[in-house]
Design a protein around this ligand. Sequence first.
Ligand code: UDP
Length: 234
Amino acid sequence: MKYKRILLKLSGESLMGNVSYGIDPERLKQYAEEIKAIKDLGVEVAIVIGGGNIYRGVQAEAAGIERVQGDYMGMLATVINGMALQSALESAGMYTRLMSGIKMEQVCEPFIRRRAIRHLEKGRIVIFGAGIGNPYFTTDSTASLRAIEIQADVVLKGTRVDGVYTADPEKDPTATRYSELSFQEAYEKNLNIMDMTAFTLCQENNLPIIVFDMNKTGNLMEVLKGETAGTLIN
Ligand code: UDP
């Protein structure tokens, strides 16, 4: 395995699978199997989960809800997703801990960096819910920050497309996929990989990002083996 400790970022939307709102149980099951396959090979897995399938802070303003309030609502949405993912992983036979950026003692542990690392060393899958616990951030930024904190080898950003393209492949048929790219290049070409906060955190801390299609069976494993199933930014 090319990477020993990974931070996997899953968007909330990815959990929607074939349903129009909320969480698709089939998708959850599929993810649990993919994660189990790499776990069984000894990879330490931490996961940051988004909340976009349930709520986003930017949505709030349109609904007349103050931005900060909306952001907290979005963070709570990520905890719901985290709990669902935790159950799916446990059903598939893995040990897990859900750690939250907002204290919620009845349902999850608070995020404590040293404890998170200890869980990983013991072979537990750690899910980070509630983002970093602050408004005006995203779960992509959370992924970068937590990855640095737990000294992950790489951030794996699971998306619907299989990597970073020269242009939007859904609009431009001539677009081609990069297999590898430097941070500088990605920045200069204005390629939308993560929001700037998340991107900069990775760049400044020399933390590579791999963008890949999490929905294709076996892809997560390929990425971990160092095969070019996505785009590596380093
Ligand atoms: N959020 C936040 N701070 C964080 C992480 C998330 O305020 O540290 C809020 C923000 O409103 C965001 C929402 O939670 O819109 C859901 O997260 P995100 O949009 O990143 O989820 P994804 O797009 O990955 O599903």
